[in-house]
Design a protein around this ligand. Structure first.
Ligand code: ADP
Length: 303
């Protein structure tokens, strides 16, 4: 599977610029699309799910044009929107059965088998007769992923899937997605939570103000932060200064002082121990130090 996004932009009718000239190639596997609220993630997801037209640019899926070949692309697609969760008066089973028929599973016996299998794999089989509206938030999300995955889609798009889930549900959900992430399918997961990406995604893309600021493996982002994450022991008086100067990741009280973990370009005289960055550190280093440089370079080159 291959998705190619070329020079893609979206301006809403009220003039909001949501995406600006995005270029991205997506291969089989799981891609994490990371960015703060308002970055343009949902807009990109809705365009990819053929629910909205771009203002300009092009998306191809295995050489099918997203705009010209909507029908073909929709048969390959499973989509979990951010606001998934209203089911009228259907039971869990009926809802998934209906989703399966929309996904092209016309034969009743085959559909039944698939619905049962999918309910088992998301842990909802014993709730099959419960009204879907009466499921808990986490269960609704699981039903959401089940309806996105039923019918063997080749592209699965999930928008902020872990929002509102407790930590245990979040981990279950991630595991479920990574179990599904087989060789020949593309899963695109959008999130503003770094932890959603680190454990599951082989590739990531970072959106900010409608622009694609980074694409690559999570490890390659982590590499960029090497030598820029420190652990410092600080007294109360220093702690506030450090917080003013640097993005502080954590502060742990130790005896009469604090163990502070922070991200910095350099420590400017403070004594600290360099520590190995994780993806959260790397994201913060990127956003706080590398992005401003990139943005000012772009602005300068526009002059
Ligand atoms: P994210 O999913 O990263 O939070 P969105 O794609 O929802 O970002 O939003 C990107 C930008 O587009 C924001 O500035 C948002 O206010 C704007 N936007 C989103 N949806 C609409 C809409 N239907 N009409 C006008 N502006 C919109």
């Amino acid at each position: 599977m291959n998705i190619k996004i070329s020079d893609l932009s979206k301006v809403y009718s009220n003039g909001n610029k949501a995406l600006n000239n995005i270029n991205l190639e997506i291969e089989s596997g799981m891609l994490g699309l990371l960015g703060p609220n308002g970055a343009g993630k949902s807009t990109l997801m809705r365009i990819m799910a053929t629910l909205m037209l771009p203002s300009s640019g092009k998306v191809t899926v295995n050489d099918f044009d997203l705009v010209k070949h909507r029908k073909e692309i929709r048969t390959m697609l499973g989509y979990l929107p951010q606001d998934f969760g209203s089911f009228s008066k259907l039971t869990t089973w009926e809802f998934l059965d209906y989703s399966a028929s929309l996904a092209g599973l016309k034969k009743k016996s085959k559909r039944s088998d698939e619905v049962e299998k999918m309910l088992q794999s998301v842990g909802l089989f014993k709730f099959r007769d419960r009204l879907a509206n009466k499921l808990s938030g986490g269960m609704k999300r699981r039903l959401g992923i089940a309806q996105a995955l039923i019918g063997d889609p080749k592209i699965v798009i999930v928008d902020e899937p872990t929002t509102g889930l407790d930590p245990e549900e979040r981990i279950r959900f991630r595991n479920l997605l990574s179990d599904m992430s087989r060789e020949e399918i593309i899963i695109i997961l959008s999130t503003h939570i770094v932890g959603d990406i680190s454990s599951t995604c082989s590739k990531m893309a970072l959106l900010q103000n409608g622009e694609l600021m980074f694409q690559g493996t999570p490890n390659s982002l982590v590499e960029k932060a090497k030598g820029h994450v420190f652990r410092i022991m600080a007294y109360d008086s220093d702690l506030n200064l450090l917080k003013e100067k640097y993005p502080v990741i954590s502060t742990i009280p130790v005896d009469d002082s604090w163990e502070v973990e922070l991200v910095a370009d350099n420590l400017n005289g403070y004594e600290g121990k360099e520590i190995a960055p994780n993806l959260e550190h790397a994201y913060i280093y990127f956003v706080e130090y590398l992005l401003p440089e990139m943005t000012s370079e772009r602005n300068n080159s526009n002059w």
